[in-house]
Structures are given as C-alpha cells and as structure tokens.
Write a protein that binds this ligand. Structure first.
Ligand SMILES: [Zn+2]
Length: 428
C-alpha cells in the first residue's frame, strides 16, 4: 500500500491522503486569506471522508469539476455537513478566483454520494472500508481500509472519554458527570490494523477534566447573569454550538443560539443514532431560544441576562460581530471563548490584548474575556491510551503542529513511528 500526503502532514488543515493513486481519504481546506488547498488535485476512483469539518471536507466539490465522477463515501451527518459547508464557501468566496468549485460541482456531490453507518463494511476502489465512531463530532469516523494484505486505520480527528475519577469533582453528582463530550460518546473501537495514521492536534496538551471545565464555565456565566450582565459565547457551528447548548441545558443557564449552528442543530436532530444522547440533545434544542435576527432582535437580546451561543468561534464573522460591539462597553458583561483561537484571528487578539477588530475598526472591550477548553480532540493521554492498542502497528503521525516530536516520543517508547512530510509518498 502506498500513501501520498497531499495535505495535513505536519500541519492542521487541508487533510488529504491518497492511497495507491486510487482511494482518496479526505480533501479539506485550510482557512487562511486566501484559503489553501491540498498540494495536488488527484483523480481518484473513490473518495472516503472521515468527518464534516472544513479541514477534512472543504475542497471535496472541486474533485468533480472536471469529468471525473468518483463515488464519495461518508456517514449521513458528514454528507449533510459537507454540503452545508460547501454552500457557505460559495457564499463567502464564490465570486473570487480562489474558490475552486462552482454551484454545479456542489450539485454533483449529491449525485455521487453514498452514505454508510458505523461498522458496515463497503467496497470502495477495490478496498474493503469500514467506519467506526471517532467520538469527535456527530458522524465522525475512524476509517479502516483493507486491501487484503495491509490493514490501514486512518483515525481522522477523534476524542476519547476520560477514565472515571475516584470522586466526582465539585458541582457534580456521580450520575451526571460528563466523562467527555455530551454531544458524542468517545471512540472505543480498536479494530486490528497494521498501519495507524493518527492525528496529533493536542499531542503536547493535557486537557483539564471535562467536569472541571464545565463547572468553571457554569459558575462564571451564572455570576454574570446574577449581576444582570450578558454573556456572548462564540462557538463553532459544527459540534461546539450543540455541545454548549447541552451544557446550558444541563446547568439551567438561559440561552439563545444564533448563526450557522442553528441549522446544524436542526440537522442533527434528524440523525439521533449519531449522538450520545438524542433525548438530551432534544431537551437542549427546546431549552435554547433560536434567534432570527429580524427587527433588531440581536440588539435587544444583547441587553438581557442570558448566554448567547453564536458563530463564529474565533470572531472572524457571523452574528458574534453584532453582539460584541453591543455588549463590549459594560464591564459586567462577558465573552467566553470556547475553543482554540488561531493566531491572527480577532478571537486570539481579544484574548491577548482585550481589543477586537470588528469590521475594520479596533474596539476596546471592557467586558471580561475568558477562554474555555471544550476540546473535541484527544489530548496527550487520550492519544496514548488509544495507541496502547496498536503497539505492534506502524504509526504515522499527522494533523498537528508537532508531528515530528510526537513520533519521536513514540519511538522512545518502542513504537515504529514516523511523521510523513507534506507531499511525501510512503510505502507501508
Ligand atoms: Zn475535525
């Protein structure tokens, strides 16, 4: 089996791996100005997609802009998320020469799409392929590829639940203790493999226990609401928005939801088998008030003691840009960032300097700004617990800023591990 790394090697973004020049795993884009695509656009016989985040599916429609019509295999939620993201990309970049696909290409995606559930083996480009729950976002999959000789496990992005603590931490009964994400259960499948291509986003990070993060978030938001303030909660549309709505419901925090996360929440309600607890998601959806944005509704809400869960997660667009100017001047208000803030984004700037550039204007923000790590990726211990099951396999490390360091640490512990370079071809 030969693997060619067209993107996501030694970096986060534009994931794309070509197997034997025939089977393409993911085809994402890297959010930047202008967006960056994988280093080559192949003409595969089939495409398999791990999950519906922009850095894994963002460039998929461009594979159909010529005469090639490969089938695209994914889970039902991944298909819907890919189409939502493609339409959003057209809205943002459709007029620009940097947009590599057209509305027609997006329509073709629906014609070649083939959906599969977890643990249902299917044929793609002559390989036997099976999806396993990766615990990252709804529909996310570990992709197992078998050519009859070599078994490859491509982890995609994944999350694992925490081992149960001896005692429930402050603020929780043992029965309601989140062992990981509320939205999706962590990955537990460990199918046999000869080669594991493993993500490493947080290979050098130890996440705080989820219950601790939630408890801090709950206390902070409730304090602000008691003081009569408003809390703006910037959150990514896919996964994070729903997770935060579930956290708000579990802790009885009044909340609004705005931005693309609304339609993703509606969509996920139609795929109950891909979430941890469909009933809890239903409760969270009815607990949250959906913002339409009509008739100055956003300006009115920004005056109320409530949490507003809204895109974009890094303040680079979306309704958050309406709320922040409204709430920024009052120090009783608060902004709670809920995910990693990439360097150069307004969210990162706000966290570090207390100022935000909104619509080209730099605004001082007197409202308090806090960051919370509601990560959907395994941290260092989680990655190592996962790889415990693969100490005889060859490990290839990708999707991280420190892939080489993580591979070296694995080698020190006796693994056969390496970190492929961007553009490189590996025989396994
Ligand atoms: Zn992801």
């Amino acid at each position: 089996m030969e693997l060619r790394f067209l993107g996501g090697a030694g970096e986060v973004g534009r994931s794309a791996i070509l197997v034997d020049d025939s089977l393409l795993l993911d085809f994402g884009l890297l959010t930047a100005e202008p967006p960056q695509y994988p280093v080559a656009t192949p003409t595969p016989d089939a495409v398999v997609v791990s999950h519906g985040h922009l850095d894994h599916v963002g460039a998929i429609p461009s594979l159909l802009s010529g005469s090639n019509r490969p089938p695209i295999h994914w889970t039902p939620p991944t298909r819907e998320l890919a189409l939502t993201l493609a339409r959003d990309t057209l809205k943002l970049h459709g007029h620009s020469p940097h947009c590599p696909f057209t509305e027609n290409d997006v329509k073709r995606v629906t014609e070649v799409s083939e959906t599969h559930g977890y643990r249902e083996t299917f044929a793609a480009a002559g390989y036997e392929v099976t999806f396993y729950n990766a615990g990252h976002i709804p529909g996310s999959a570990h992709v197992h590829v078998d050519d009859g000789e070599t078994r490859l496990l491509y982890t995609g992005d994944f999350h694992v639940d925490e081992p149960s603590p001896d005692e429930p931490p402050a603020g929780f009964d043992a029965g309601d203790l989140p062992a990981g994400q509320r939205l999706v259960a962590g990955s537990t499948a460990r199918p046999d493999a000869d080669v594991v291509l493993c993500e490493s986003t947080y290979s050098d990070v130890a996440h705080d226990p989820r219950a601790t993060v939630e408890h801090r978030f709950e206390q902070s938001v409730k304090t602000t609401l008691w003081e009569g303030g408003t809390v703006v909660v910037p959150a990514f549309a896919i996964g994070r928005t729903q997770e935060l709505l579930m956290v708000c419901e579990a802790h009885d925090i009044p909340c609004y939801v705005d931005g693309m996360g609304k339609e993703v929440t509606e969509m996920l309600r139609r795929h109950p088998e891909f979430v941890r607890n469909a009933d809890a998601l239903r409760r969270a959806k009815s607990h949250a008030r959906f913002v339409t944005g009509r008739d100055g509704q956003r300006e009115r809400i920004a005056d109320q003691p409530a949490a507003i869960v809204t895109t974009s997660g890094m303040l680079s667009g979306g309704p958050a840009m309406t709320y922040i100017p409204e709430i920024r001047a009052n120090p009783v208000n608060k902004v709670t960032l809920t995910g990693y803030q990439v360097e150069g984004t307004p969210g990162r700037e706000l966290l570090e300097t207390g100022r935000a550039e909104i619509d080209g204007r730099v605004m001082p923000v007197s409202a308090r700004v806090e960051g919370y790590d509601f990560s959907a990726h395994a941290d260092h211990d989680g990655l190592r617990r996962f790889l415990d099951a693969y100490d005889d396999a060859e490990i290839l490390v990708n999707h991280g800023d420190r892939c080489g360091e993580f591979a070296a640490a694995l080698r020190d512990d006796g693994y056969d591990a390496s970190a492929p370079a961007l553009g490189a071809t590996y025989s396994v």
